[in-house]
Design a protein around this ligand. Sequence first.
Ligand code: 13P
Length: 253
Amino acid sequence: MRRKLVAGNWKMNGSLAANAALVAGIKQGLPADACDVAVCVPSPYLAQVQGEVAGSVVALGAQDISAHASGAYTGEVSAAMLQEFSCHYVIVGHSERRAYHGESDAAVAAKTVAALQAGLVPVVCIGETLAQREAGQTKEIVGGQLDVVLDALSGEDAARIVLAYEPVWAIGTGKTATPEMAQEVHAMLRARLGAKSAEAAAKVRILYGGSMKPDNAAQLLAMEDIDGGLIGGAALKATDFLVIVEAASGVVL
Ligand code: 13P
């Protein structure tokens, strides 16, 4: 059985005061038998949130990582730096980084390798645009994005990643994939993981991301191959985030 994971991606939001209130609210409202929970915060706040989540079940994550170990890479953050702040997860290949920073599949694969080598858990994001979905290319696009990453990994390492299917057209738009649409893609991704290694197919958690909210989380999370959520907007309000955590933790509301 895969443990469900609900991870908040705060994106470029927050302040010292807002972060403290948000994490306090999450910690206070967590159900007793919570699923795995993480918050992926902007780099300047890693030290702060490391302190805020210490001693709780909430894990810390970053939003990006450099493929390089150190050196002349202005603005980048290395795996070793993330480790110093007790990061457990790091998002790689988010569609916003692919779109606004030109990250290629190869760059995403290199970042995934850097994270795994440092013992971090990469949350590898893949997803199709609206034009690609309408052209019937969804499986080809997301399958291809996954394959480039898997080609860079051993079967054993492939089993250590978390995958996030985030259809670009659903991110921040209020449009969510239906549970059936998401399940279809997740099942296809699990089959691709299986072609790499049976262990990866069994173990890798495939999160759904894209306008997952309190009112649609339970239906999405009920699908066989949806092992959690990567939450943007709804992760910025403790009450909303907690409803999703409860849905993933099997709490009957
Ligand atoms: P929203 O939940 O705001 O649509 O964002 C999803 C996302 O991009 C998480 O990484």
